[in-house]
Design a protein around this ligand. Structure first.
Ligand SMILES: *[C@@H]1O[C@H](CO)[C@@H](O)[C@H](O)[C@H]1NC(C)=O
Length: 479
């Protein structure tokens, strides 16, 4: 058997086992509870669309109707419209996600180690909050499927029409996906921006003559183009392009690139048109999603990284401390900056304080909200985690990714008042796909860690009943 066959065979077996085991959990979820929190409006909406009643719209829903349209496409004729089948769409989507993770990982890390590749794809599918939402009728899993499909297509840049379709469809699932589409656009454009400055600004590479004093001439990179660029490369490129009025930027652009960037622009401008016509980014219940500046969300995202990226955090701990010691002054400055942000910008959404069906409620009420010093006491951890994350990303990531990513992370998280674990899923998955090549030990650790968390959380979900006066059935604890 050649390695290609082995790869596809092991992938197939993994998906089959994943589906088989998840199906057992899935049935138990079905037996446990019929409406999980937000399903209260997702399910009636899905059922209405499934029964071809497209005029019904619950005003409490804040996303576009992507999930319900997909439900209507698959259910209603051969398959019955019921809660079980609606949720089942997400279980199937999570299997597709596993395949897409494997396919994307092959691009990121190369295809020489098929076992590692498949294991990492499985780990990603098992990422606990994502795994949980693969068993209920929420938008997160299916929305990720479309976003992954879009990213996978962008790796090869071959099928422009499909890129357009999946890009638009992913926004139809969740509006925030537009930000990640903008990130791909920014990444691509910035890459060309920096590269063209180095090609045309470098007299050793081209015949374009530059004055010896020009900034680019000083930044001669005589061997060949670097693979990863730093922030300074970006500033050098910016100065160069400003001085030449962007002329060489367009010279460097191939027709292929032009078409791809144009495709992204169509998606982005349709979204702008939608926001203009709709008057807001959300549809329906605008009050629940009021936009506020909420920078500590970035810190909570670092905590998410600490919990779900634990194997990566631990392997880099020593080198992170070394990094912090050599940059003492910057670290102190960062700590002070974080303290100011935490002091002036810690806000709580009333739902967070009242809804005891989410883990965030317990984290808040047993730590952040309980002790006056808690929000400050966590700052050293944030600083450490930020350095640690940087340490995990720096060696194989270009500024052309890190810069758009940071901007998009800020836009997606720091403008949300509500803290929800599932908001961190996409940003974390993007990072996870970009960490340094993991060893077998890390991947094994990650797998066991996710398994334990999933077992504990599902155990609590099945066994811990939370009684709410206004519901006649017991509520359950979820992410
Ligand atoms: C799902 O749950 C419902 C209600 O408890 C039950 O009637 C149905 O048989 C269950 N479906 C499966 C496939 O177990």
């Amino acid at each position: 058997m050649n390695s290609r066959t082995k790869y596809y065979l092991s992938l197939l077996i993994t998906v089959a086992v994943y589906f088989g085991v998840s199906n057992v959990v899935f049935n138990k979820v079905n037996d446990t509870i019929h409406i999980v929190i937000d399903e209260l409006f997702h399910i009636p909406q899905g059922l209405a669309f499934c029964e071809r009643n497209f005029t019904y719209w619950d005003p409490k829903i804040t996303t576009l109707p992507g999930l319900y349209l997909v439900s209507a496409a698959f259910l209603g004729s051969y398959f019955q419209c019921n809660v079980y089948n609606l949720r089942f769409i997400n279980l199937i989507a999570s299997c597709v996600n596993l395949l897409l993770f494997a396919s994307i990982l092959k691009f990121v890390y190369g295809s020489n180690n098929y076992f590692k590749n498949v294991m990492q794809a499985l780990n990603l599918a098992l990422l606990p909050p994502l795994y949980f939402f693969s068993h209920v009728y929420y938008t997160d899993t299916l929305s990720l499927t479309f976003l992954l499909m879009f990213s996978r297509l962008c790796f090869t840049n071959r099928h422009k029409l499909l890129i357009l379709i999946f890009g638009l469809a992913s926004v139809l699932m969740r509006q925030t996906n537009i930000v990640w589409i903008a990130m791909v656009f920014g990444h691509k454009a910035l890459d060309i921006f920096i590269r063209s400055s180095r090609v045309f600004g470098n007299q050793n590479l081209t015949k374009v003559k530059l004055s010896k004093t020009s900034l680019i001439a000083r930044d001669v990179d005589s061997s060949k183009l670097k693979r990863y660029y730093g922030l300074s490369d970006f500033f050098v490129a910016l100065k160069y392009h400003v001085s030449t009025c962007m002329i060489t930027f367009f010279k460097f652009l191939s027709l292929q690139d032009m078409l791809i960037l144009f495709t992204h622009c169509i998606i982005l401008s349709s979204f702008v048109a939608f926001v203009y016509v709709n008057g807001s980014i959300v549809v329906g219940d605008k009050k629940a999603h009021e936009a506020t500046l909420h920078i500590p969300q970035i810190f909570y995202f670092l905590l998410f990284y600490c919990v779900f990226g634990l194997p990566y955090v631990l392997t880099k701990t020593l080198s992170t401390f070394k990094l912090m010691i050599t940059n003492k002054l910057k670290i102190v400055f960062l700590g002070l900056l974080f303290a100011l942000i935490v002091h002036y910008n810690t806000v709580t959404h009333p739902y967070l304080l009242a809804d005891n069906r989410h883990y965030t409620f317990y984290v808040w009420n047993r730590w952040f909200g309980k002790f006056d010093y808690a929000i400050y006491a966590t700052i050293p951890l944030y600083v450490f985690l930020l350095c640690n994350l940087y340490d995990n990303l720096r060696n194989q990531n270009c500024i052309s990714f890190l810069l758009p990513y940071s901007v998009c992370l800020f836009v997606v998280l720091a403008l949300q008042k509500m803290i929800e674990v599932r908001y961190f899923l996409v940003p974390y998955i993007i990072l996870r796909l970009r960490f340094v090549k993991a060893s077998n030990l890390i991947i094994g650790f990650e797998f066991l860690w996710y398994l334990i968390i999933n077992i504990v959380t599902f155990y609590l979900f099945f066994n811990k009943e939370i009684l709410w006066k206004d519901f006649n059935y017991a509520q359950r604890l979820i992410w």
